[in-house]
Design a protein around this ligand. Structure first.
Ligand code: GLN
Length: 189
């Protein structure tokens, strides 16, 4: 299995390290080009700055191929800014990929200095959740499963092959959310 991490900006090496720790047999590819995208079975879109990431994805000519692969069933996981790019509704802004039936509000959990760590359920696990200028998911569609909630708002969601977390599992030492994503790829959803 080959897992790609979109490597244009953000917490790329942290994601790659935790995927490798799930199983030594998994290959991790940093994706910057169309050819690299073609080699992966699943893709992580890391956190960073969504406004910048949009531009970088456009400039790398990766918008159409990523969208097409995900529409064809390739598992994708967006963390934080990655979630913003996947959502089909961004309050006050144009959506980007529109692959997840959810509305997000950018920076709704406060500024960088308001970053915080909390804990809660994720699917059937109990995990630490790191929030860094995270978007709030203010609405989800009927086909979206809520995997985690914080104060009544979804913070991890899944719609078929699309997984999105408002928090950053790659900023912890716990690889269970990465394992969950690898299972999505393994089972080809
Ligand atoms: N605040 C960033 C944005 O709106 C996301 C922050 C992050 O990915 N840690 O794009």
């Amino acid at each position: 299995m080959t897992v790609g991490v979109l490597a244009l900006q953000g917490s790329v090496s942290e994601h790659a390290k935790l995927i490798r720790s799930v199983n030594k047999k998994i290959d991790v590819v940093e994706v910057r080009t169309i050819d690299e995208l073609a080699t992966v079975d699943g893709l992580i879109i890391p956190g960073g700055e969504s406004t910048t990431l949009r531009i970088l994805v456009d400039n790398a000519n990766l918008y159409t191929p990523i969208k097409a692969r995900v529409e064809a069933g390739m598992p994708v996981w967006g963390t934080c800014a990655g979630l913003i790019l996947l959502a089909n509704n961004i309050e006050g802004e144009r959506p980007y990929f529109g692959l997840l039936d959810a509305t997000v509000k950018r920076n709704a959990y406060g500024r960088q200095i308001d970053s915080f760590v909390t804990e809660g359920d994720f699917a059937d696990m109990y995990i630490n959740m790191v929030f860094i200028r995270a978007p709030k998911i203010t609405k989800v569609g009927e086909d979206v499963d809520v995997l985690s909630e914080l104060d009544g708002a979804p913070v991890a969601v899944r719609q078929g092959n699309v997984l999105a977390t408002a928090f950053h599992p790659e900023m912890t030492k716990d690889n269970r959310v990465h394992r969950y994503f690898c299972n999505m790829i393994e089972n080809k959803v």
